[in-house]
Ligand binder design. Structure first.
Ligand SMILES: Cc1cc2nc3c(=O)[nH]c(=O)nc-3n(C[C@H](O)[C@H](O)[C@H](O)COP(=O)(O)OP(=O)(O)OC[C@H]3O[C@@H](n4cnc5c(N)ncnc54)[C@H](O)[C@@H]3O)c2cc1C
Ligand SMILES: C[S@@+](CC[C@H](N)C(=O)[O-])C[C@H]1O[C@@H](n2cnc3c(N)ncnc32)[C@H](O)[C@@H]1O
Length: 646
């Protein structure tokens, strides 16, 4: 279902109002009194977050974000606050950023915090969005869509609940028995709740779901409010820290997979030993001049479509975040044209755009004339226009991530790990001479195609897919001015060159440039931009060869590795999630690979997911997408035919 944004409406007194629900967003007289009295006070905050490492609040109805801003400000003002604050909220009708800016202008005391929120506010697309705020100390995990669907898909443990729908009589969906049961399932031990509503149906529904509730003095014209806590034992299965010992990780591989993870872990206070056989970072598949970062939509918004959308949006947010820290990063959201192969595919692309109905600033259909005007040169057809996508230089993403990681990162470049062995409470990376390079209680295999050399990763069907790109001389500002794709891709001019690629050959270890591949890339180029390749001589072209760590289902492999004994312990019962949950895992051992032809799309979100998993934070992917990238998924499937596609 396409998202319908909220309409910005006020009543005659200027109070924020929803005519769709016939109710106000906040108390008429004192908009901020309610968050303080009902939601903070009703949950025993700030006291309950004090001296905690993490504190997680789950809210129903993000609305104008006033509860969030009030909570964030109160948390900042508390010298004894938790090390990190996680705010998770669901919202069916989000405001556009322009409307939020206009709403928040009324509360100048929030100007700085609201400005940070606005800078990262997502384009209004369905699904989960992770915002890293306040130097990473505050995370906002926002599900845009129907509350019951979102809550069923959240992987988090909540310490406090804010129940803040419109009046139950006008907004029954947000106060349903199903919502209350889903909330109870997310409750951490000792979780509390608060709401301004004392409606009998709300009290009854909460009790039925397992919460004990009591009335307390209310606020702003309401005599009473409700507060309570979970009465029964918390549900098993919600996220707990995957690692409870010393925050120290060993990462093997300093490409975009390992590099981005090193930064996400060090920001959380981890120390990281990063080992790579190359003398500097990003010398493997991640060494290209430029790659494309954009989603791959589909008519049924399938897993690939939702994951690539989430990955691209998070990837661009990650770049903006690193730049705000003053780090140099070569990337440009210049826009990406994905041209249709033929008239039939163009028609399908148009249907996808109509069905998904995403904001045009994110995905639009353009005809061939419009596409040509955007590109600045003749194009073969119309197709998808991703105005907020573009190209990224992977080595610069890697270098910026390592620079941001700072003193908590120790790099061991020029060291090949020959073996990874379990030691006493730690994984040990050993060189070919048997000498230890580094050890840590948590080890992450981010070695690209090199993952196949590790016995502990034998269950992962990582394939090597050779790819060659051509480097074409290009004057700054020359056409095409945007990235153009169709079978292959071509970038705009970047430092005097443009990338045209790429070939895709599985299990081909030749690392030399090939004339046949140059010709293949030029043919792809000519097919998308007629006349463009005519004057290019393949004999004079330079380029680069890399080996993608590919996955049979084209989805990445991110998470705990199955234990050696796992194959014999696969449960035949239950859905995929239940079967994955019962699979034995190798303690402290994780994979971050299988990025295939979309490493830029996966890198930032996969790193954020794994770091969140290790810390027991709310996960930035819905449950089904987390299962889709689980490295153990291949154990549940019959052997594949081996065919993979770019
Ligand atoms: C031609 C080509 C075009 C591409 N275009 C795009 C694109 O347009 N968009 C996109 O999103 N993606 C693209 N990709 C894919 C993307 O580049 C990869 O998915 C990504 O770089 C993989 O990153 P990685 O960190 O997993 O692997 P790598 O970058 O290969 O990093 C693995 C690292 O591990 C190290 N290592 C391996 N074994 C050991 C060991 N035993 N000991 C120590 N170190 C070890 C290696 O030296 C290497 O540095 C392209 C790839 C290629 C080849
Ligand atoms: C009272 S407002 C929330 C105010 C908000 N907490 C704040 O601090 O500004 C209720 C919100 O719930 C949202 N909502 C209503 N029904 C919903 C549903 N079924 N799923 C998710 N959100 C819903 C509305 O769009 C509205 O933004």
């Amino acid at each position: 279902m396409p998202l319908v944004p909220a309409r910005l409406e006020h009543d005659a007194d200027g109070v924020l109002y929803s005519s769709a629900f016939g109710d106000f967003y906040h108390a008429r007289d004192d908009a901020l009194g309610q968050p303080h009295h009902v939601f903070l006070g009703g949950n025993g905050l700030p006291g309950r977050w004090q001296a905690r490492e993490h504190f997680t609040i789950v809210e129903t109805g993000f609305g104008a974000g006033l509860n969030f801003l009030t909570t964030w400000a109160a948390w900042r003002a508390d010298p004894q606050r938790s090390a990190r604050l996680h705010f998770v909220s669901v919202e069916l009708h989000p405001f556009t950023v322009a409307d939020l800016i206009s709403i928040h202008a009324r509360w100048p005391q929030f100007a700085a915090l609201a400005g940070e929120l606005h800078a990262q506010w997502p384009v209004l697309t369905p699904g989960l969005h992770r915002l890293n705020l306040d130097h990473g100390r505050v995370t906002l995990t926002l599900y845009l869509g129907e509350a019951a669907e979102g809550l069923a898909q959240l992987v988090t443990r909540a310490d406090a609940f804010y129940l803040d729908g419109f009046a139950p009589a006008k907004n029954a969906d947000l106060w349903s028995a199903r919502v209350f049961h889903l909330l109870a399932r997310l409750a951490a031990p000792g979780a509390t709740l608060a709401t301004w509503s004392v409606a009998g149906s709300v009290r009854e529904g909460l009790r039925h779901a397992g919460f004990a509730v009591e009335k307390a003095p209310g606020f702003a014209g309401k005599w009473q409010m409700l507060r309570g806590g979970l009465e029964r034992a918390p549900s098993p299965g919600t996220t707990a820290p995957a690692h409870a010992g010393a925050r120290h990780a060993l990462i093997i591989g300093a490409g975009i997979a390992g590099g981005t993870l090193a930064e996400r872990l060090t920001e959380r206070g981890w120390s990281v030993d990063l080992v790579d056989e190359a003398p500097v970072c990003a010398q493997g598949a991640s060494g290209n001049l430029a790659g494309v970062m954009r989603p791959l939509p589909s008519l049924d918004d399938n897993r690939m479509s939702r994951l690539t959308r989430a990955g691209s949006l998070h990837g661009w947010r990650n770049i903006a975040r690193l730049r705000r820290r003053g780090l140099e990063l070569r990337a440009e959201a210049c826009g990406v044209l994905h041209l249709g192969r033929d008239a039939r595919q163009e028609e399908k692309m148009r249907a996808v755009v109509e069905r998904l109905a995403l904001p045009a600033a994110h995905l639009a259909y353009v005809d061939a004339d419009t596409a040509a005007a955007i590109a600045g040169c003749a194009v073969a057809s119309g197709g998808w226009w991703f105005a907020d996508s573009g190209w990224v230089q992977p080595p610069s993403l890697c270098a910026a991530s390592l620079a941001a990681a700072g003193a908590r990162l120790r790099v061991h470049f020029g060291r090949r790990v020959a073996r990874l062995e379990p030691g006493v409470d730690a994984w040990r990376a050993l060189g070919a001479d048997g000498r230890q390079i580094a050890e840590a209680p948590v080890a992450i295999l981010a070695a690209g195609t090199g993952v196949r050399d590790f016995a502990v990763a034998h269950a992962l069907p990582v394939l090597s897919a050779r790819g060659q790109v051509a480097h074409l001389p290009a004057a700054a500002g020359s056409a095409p001015r945007v990235v153009v794709c169709r079978g292959g891709y071509v970038s705009p001019a970047i430092d005097g060159l443009r990338c045209a690629g790429a070939t895709f050959a599985v299990d081909d270890d030749d690392n030399g440039l090939r004339m046949a591949d140059h010709l293949d890339n030029l043919a792809k180029l000519e097919a998308m931009l007629p006349g463009f390749a005519a004057h290019l001589d393949a004999n004079c072209l330079d380029g680069r060869v890399g080996f993608r760590p590919a996955s049979p289902d084209r989805l990445p492999m991110v998470g705990a590795l199955p234990a050696a004994a796992a194959t014999g312990a696969i449960s035949a019962k239950g859905d995929i999630g239940a079967r994955l949950a019962t699979l034995p895992r190798a303690p402290g051992l994780y994979a971050l690979t299988g990025y295939g032809a979309r490493g830029l799309v996966w890198a930032a979100l996969a790193a954020e997911w794994l770091a969140s998993r290790l810390e027991g934070e709310p996960l930035p992917l819905t449950r089904d997408l987390g299962e889709a990238i689980d490295p153990a998924r291949f154990l549940l499937r019959p052997p594949h035919g081996g065919r993979i596609e770019e």
